[in-house]
Design a protein around this ligand. Structure first.
Ligand SMILES: [Zn+2]
Length: 325
């Protein structure tokens, strides 16, 4: 008799037949470090705090203790300027963060630098624009220069988030030219999404974050798989070492597609701020068990083909996976 229930009879057997498993090694924790040194809860992302540099070190130590191999660093500056030129200061805030974390933590934690113009420019656009048009080459060239500053300061991996064409090519050649051939490029490929909104609010210095930006001119149309894969193909051909699919929840099929089309490229998926907020809210309102939903969502991302997952819930997830929560 054919029965599918035989191997589901015991919990051990269920474990034994799993083709993939979610572990703490899969997790990457994104952290927000403030130049003004203030520590408080991020209003748009309840449960997540901004850190001072000192707090960031403490949190990174916790991250290591929980078995998580990497953090993604977001720097929140006190001031931004028109062209984002402070990004190139060797003693700017971002390099100071990498230097400090590298000094305190050595190679126990992989430091990933989120590389984007919006961290530095007053208009908080991810790209340079002229009359509404994306200036690909100018943006990519600047990202290459910033990548060198971050690598010099101790960033182990650089992750260009601007979604401009040529970003990987410019960054790769800038890093190679300056002797950082061994620093990988982890490129973001994003669909246009409202799920980024709580993050924008967390990173912005203005009351109306990124108003006037038409992000559909540089991110991809959510319904168009071909448009997404075209960008993945370009970035891989330019030398990307890792591809980040962002957001995760709405793009599980695209994670699988990248895996099928580029089977040798490691894939990261970013469970973004909107996904984080949805899980938190459903739990807080008592509609369902937040911990169960969190693990379910992460397991579905892993099953879809992600080798690593960026999530604001990394610390909670690691505790749950270790059976200590
Ligand atoms: Zn950006």
């Amino acid at each position: 008799m054919r029965l599918t229930t035989r191997i589901k009879r015991s919990k051990q057997m269920i474990r034994m037949v799993r083709p993939v498993e979610l572990t703490t090694s899969d997790l990457i924790y994104p952290i927000f470090v403030r130049e003004d040194g203030k520590k408080f809860e991020i209003a748009s992302m309840k449960g997540q705090d901004y850190f001072s540099l000192e707090d960031a070190v403490t949190t990174c130590k916790k991250t290591i203790e929980l078995g998580i191999p990497a953090v993604m660093v977001f720097g929140v500056l006190k001031e931004k300027d028109a062209d984002g030129s402070t990004a190139l200061q060797k003693n700017g805030f971002h390099p100071r963060v990498f230097r400090k974390l590298k000094k305190e933590l050595g190679d126990k934690l992989v430091l990933i630098s989120n590389l984007c113009l919006c961290d530095y420019t007053a208009d908080e656009f991810c790209v340079y624009t002229k009359k509404g048009k994306v200036l690909n080459e100018k943006t990519a060239e600047m990202l290459g220069k910033i990548a060198v500053v971050h690598a010099e300061a101790g960033a182990d991996v650089v992750a260009p988030a601007a979604m401009c064409d040529g970003q990987v090519r410019h960054i790769r050649s800038a890093l190679d030219r300056e002797g950082f051939e061994d620093v990988p490029v982890m490129t973001y490929v994003k669909t246009d999404s409202c799920l980024f909104q709580p993050f924008f609010e967390a990173m912005t210095l203005s009351k109306t974050p990124r108003s006037g930006v038409d992000s559909s001119t540089f991110r991809t149309d959510i319904i168009n798989e071909k448009m997404f894969m075209q960008k993945v193909d370009l970035d891989v051909s330019e030398g990307a070492d890792i591809v980040i699919v962002k957001p995760a929840l709405t793009n599980l099929d695209l994670i699988l597609r990248v895996r099928q089309e580029h089977p040798t490229i490691p894939i990261a998926a970013y469970q973004v701020s909107g996904e984080y907020a949805m899980i938190k809210l459903l739990g807080e309102n008592g509609h369902l068990d937040e911990d169960v939903l969190l693990l379910e969502s992460l397991k579905s991302i892993k099953r879809a083909g992600a080798d690593m997952i960026l999530t604001y819930s990394a610390l909670e997830a690691a505790k749950l996976l270790k059976g200590k929560a």
